[in-house]
Design a binder for this molecule. Sequence first.
Ligand code: ZN
Length: 84
Amino acid sequence: MSNYSTVKRFLAGAVCPRCEAGDAIVVYSRDERDFRECVECGFLDEMHFAPQARELDTRVSEAEADSSDEQVVKIMPFPTDRSR
Ligand SMILES: [Zn+2]
């Protein structure tokens, strides 16, 4: 899940931190990560404000701490038999 679509869209009012061009920043999502890019100088930056990813991390670590190691072991049978 990401905040932006894969289509690049201009971010109104954004100023490039490198070349300081106004209204030159586009935002888009790729591989479920959000990026901002300057169309003037090619500045590219990954944005780290995705709340969903952080939430997921918390949930996973809580589940690992809560449940015993048994469950983790059960999830890891070798699937190679089924593919042959
Ligand atoms: Zn720029």
